[in-house]
Design a protein around this ligand. Structure first.
Ligand code: GLV
Ligand code: MN
Ligand code: MN
Length: 417
């Protein structure tokens, strides 16, 4: 009674999109994807996918933050629609699946319904959201957070990358500053299929994951101001070495995350570390670095942040290196809808698939929609320990097809009135 999605067509679309922004990784030698948000590569990927939306007969619109939607009309325009989507921007060292599986999976659902000549009661809407990664403009889920009301559009427009180039300027430049209002009307439900990006499903031998929520995320940009000096002549005791201070912060982050004090699942990462002047024989006078904290428990996250601030103040007093920080992203832990999850798991059971209820370690556009409508996600296992944000990221054609088949059936079930 449910149509079968075309796994080969889905796989071909994933591979075709992965050619846009393809690069050879200097560390691994593997071919990965670099489609940082609002770059030329992202523009080219957007054009390709928007063209596919149009070719599938969708009514396409681009909103004022560059989110791009396609609507497949149902029989009942008086009813709220069912949405599915994700993102097609990537980190600079990405793979083919992160985000793209959800967008191209939703497109595959539409193509499947078109081929089968099936109409739905409710409208179906699919989309891709601007800068989910946050790897360029410093805050994640930028487009979906704006669409769902967490982030004011003027704040989003004003964000700038390392070179001072703004979101609004880049949207204009690449031709994706659309006219449609950025705030979405809440759909009846939102569903997102995504690669897991972690080891749990593969380790436990599960076919798929039913995602029950997303853990809290908190990002900071730190500026450490010391004094640059000659590496050969400046006695160790006379230094204000911002590089050393950044290293001590990084060691403390590791200690905190592995201490168990903030729960077994705390994660902490210093992903960016930019010393100035960045030369072999100069003590770094300034460092800009970042902190990424994750925790499933909001209260534990708040304690970790407070303790980190205390550490930073004490470290500044001890070393004479001034430390300032600003929060660049914050989302609390999110719980998905048991109603949507029950549809997802019923469809998995109907196929005899093994699944795990799983909390997402990564941030997703779905968590923004969870604030405005019943929402849940389907995870597809990855290979090689589920490695992601790395060109090695991989999931099999069969696993992707399985996840998108469940996405299709879930959307059809939810669209019934
Ligand atoms: C998004 O990929 C994240 O950083 O969780
Ligand atoms: Mn993603
Ligand atoms: Mn990602």
């Amino acid at each position: 009674m449910f149509p079968k999605i075309d796994g080969e067509r889905l796989w071909a679309s994933i591979q075709d999109l992965a050619k846009v922004g393809a690069y050879t990784d200097s560390v691994s030698g593997l071919v990965g994807v670099n489609r940082l948000a609002l770059t030329d590569a992202d523009r080219d990927g957007r054009r390709l996918v928007r063209g596919w939306f149009e070719a599938a007969g969708l009514e396409v619109r681009v909103d004022r933050i560059g989110n791009t939607y396609g609507v497949r009309r149902g029989r009942r325009r008086d009813l709220a629609r069912i949405m599915a989507g994700s993102h097609i921007d990537s980190v600079p060292t990405g793979g083919a699946f992160d985000g793209c599986l959800g967008v191209l999976g939703a497109l595959e659902v539409v193509r499947t319904l078109n081929d089968a000549g099936l109409s739905t009661d409710r409208d179906l809407e699919i989309g891709f959201f601007t800068d989910e990664e946050g790897a360029r403009f410093g805050t994640d889920m930028l487009g979906s957070a704006t669409a769902c009301g967490r982030l004011p559009i003027e704040t989003a427009y004003g964000l700038a990358d390392k070179d001072g180039t703004t979101v609004k300027g880049e949207l204009e430049r690449i031709g994706f500053l659309g006219p449609a209002p950025e705030r979405v009307t809440p759909p009846a439900a939102y569903v997102e299929c995504h690669v897991e990006q972690g080891p749990i499903l593969a380790t436990r031998g599960r076919d798929l994951g039913a995602v029950v929520g997303v853990q809290a995320i908190s990002w900071y940009e730190l500026t450490l101001e010391g004094k640059s000096a000659h590496a050969g002549t400046t006695p160790m005791g006379l230094r204000k070495d911002a590089g050393l201070v950044a290293s001590r912060i990084n060691v403390e982050l590791h200690r905190m995350a592995t201490s168990g004090v903030y729960g077994a699942e705390m994660r902490a990462t210093m992903g960016r570390f930019d010393p100035v002047p960045d030369r072999v024989n100069i003590v770094p006078g300034r460092v800009i670095c970042t902190v990424d904290l994750r925790n499933p428990d909001d209260a534990a996250m708040a304690r970790a942040e407070a303790d980190l601030f205390g550490f930073l103040k004490a470290l500044a007093a001890e070393t004479g290196v001034a430390i300032t920080w600003r929060q660049t992203a914050q989302t609390h832990s999110v719980k998905f809808s048991e109603v949507v999850l029950s549809v997802i798991t019923a469809r998995m059971e109907a196929h005899g698939l093994s699944y795990e209820r799983i909390l997402s370690g990564a941030g997703h556009d779905a968590q923004e929609f969870a604030a405005i409508c019943p929402t849940a996600m389907i995870f597809v296992p990855g290979l090689y320990d589920g490695i992601s944000h790395n060109p090695r990221e991989y999931s099999t054609p069969e696993a992707c097809a399985r996840g998108v088949q469940i996405l299709c059936e879930t959307m059809l079930e939810l669209s019934k009135t």
